[in-house]
Design a binder for this molecule. Structure first.
Ligand code: 4NP
Length: 151
């Protein structure tokens, strides 16, 4: 099973979701690979945002080694589940889908913790520190649900 987390820049929300899921997959010794990508190319090759890295470390989860990359159409071939952070990411990823099989892999991540509500993980990039903590907590809850679903 291969799981991909997607946001806009791949420097805040999806690396945090990626790092949390990697940590939980290792703890539960599950045969799952995890990666993340951004729909935009602004930050390709960069480490996650220092504010997201600091929040992650404060909750004992390092995302320092991740590097941003852009979502590509062939990700549909490599990943079984593609979780997007917001409706804009959803539309961008769906616009690259080639068929119903590709489309069936894509969902909003928060539908795991708030089924059917189509909630967005808010973009913390232009806000304060509390936004990064809120993002962490939303992603921690959603990845707990995902581990239960996949275990
Ligand atoms: P992310 O946050 O999508 O959670 O990585 C953002 C990072 C960078 C930008 C926007 C959102 N940006 O406009 O550069």
């Amino acid at each position: 099973m291969n799981v991909l987390m997607v946001c806009l820049g791949n420097i805040c929300r999806s690396p945090m979701a990626d790092g949390l899921l990697r940590k939980k997959v290792a703890q539960h010794q599950l045969p799952i690979t995890v990666d993340s990508a951004g729909t935009a190319n602004y930050h390709v090759g960069k480490a996650p945002d220092s504010r997201m890295r600091a929040t992650a470390l404060s909750f004992d989860c390092s995302i320092d080694d991740l590097r941003a990359r852009q979502f590509v159409q062939s990700d549909f071939d490599h990943f079984d589940l593609i979780y997007v952070m917001d409706s804009s990411n959803y539309n961008n990823v769906m616009s690259l889908a080639r068929n119903d099989e590709d489309r069936a892999k894509v969902d909003l991540l928060l539908n795991l913790s708030y089924p059917g509500e189509n909630r967005n993980v808010p973009d913390p990039y232009y806000g304060g520190e509390e936004g990064f903590i809120e993002v962490y907590q939303l992603l921690n809850d959603a990845t707990d649900q995902l581990i239960q679903k996949l275990a």
